[in-house]
Design a protein around this ligand. Structure first.
Ligand code: SF4
Length: 233
């Protein structure tokens, strides 16, 4: 049994279940189980392997943002597929301060510019610190940072900032949000599985619990097929 944390105060024990659902056929095509103390993204690789063994190819991957750092995302993009996810938040530490979205990020030039025009260069994965002297003299400082005297405003640039930027653009338009909502049937399938199996792991060991998850997914698929047949009748 493994122990994981959802937030600092919320702990959970056991295993994490991951599924891939074909959004056209509404069929669960692969599952994986990982110990609760491992990051979600580790659940994606065994699912991708399983999908490959079935001779299927992912052309559009709609994922929870917890899986965005998985190498599977890079593989899908490299093979010409598309990835859709909600972006990570950009909130400032305090709601009264400028958030990351108040800065202009130029991914080609790899520069970040604040509203008065101070420019810093970055590499993906950097935490950029603006020039402390310029921040010290800036009339907007109190709206921008609570950094100690002699320090400048910092902004974190994600390793996958280009991808996050694409996700943020999607979230800013109605059609983009509709694309992101296409993942909802995956959440429905997970909820049905949880209702069927309960929230506690039945077995000790990821392998046995994977068997249990696959069994529940198979029943879920049969129910979906039955529903489709009833709709067509
Ligand atoms: S405090 Fe620094 S980063 Fe913030 S707006 Fe002023 S100069 Fe730009």
């Amino acid at each position: 049994m493994r122990h994981g944390r959802k937030t600092r105060s919320k702990r959970f024990d056991g295993y994490k279940e991951h599924i891939a659902r074909d959004l056209d056929l509404l069929v669960i095509v692969a599952c994986s189980v990982t110990p609760a103390n491992r990051p979600e993204e580790e659940g994606a690789a065994p699912i991708a392997e399983d999908i490959q063994h079935q001779g299927l190819r992912v052309v559009a991957l709609h994922i929870d943002r917890a899986y965005v750092n998985s190498p599977v995302v890079d593989d899908v993009i490299r093979e010409g597929g598309h990835v859709f996810s909600k972006p990570w938040g950009q909130r400032a530490r305090s709601p009264d301060l400028f958030s990351k979205r108040d800065f202009k990020i130029d991914l080609r030039a790899k520069t970040i510019t604040c509203s008065p025009g101070q420019v810093e260069a970055f590499e993906p994965g950097d935490t950029v610190e603006f020039d402390p002297d310029e921040c010290g003299a800036c009339p907007l400082r109190t709206k921008c940072t609570q950094a100690a005297s002699g320090r400048g405003r910092t902004v974190s640039i994600a390793e996958d900032e280009a991808l996050q930027s694409k996700f943020r653009k999607l979230q800013q338009t109605g059609p983009g949000r509709a694309v992101l909502r296409q993942r909802i049937p995956v959440e429905h399938a997970l909820a049905h599985i949880a209702a069927r199996k309960g929230h506690s792991a039945r077995y000790i060991g990821a392998r046995r619990n994977l068997f249990d998850l696959r069994r529940a997914a198979a029943i879920q698929n049969l129910e979906s097929a039955q529903r489709l047949m009833q709709e067509d009748a």
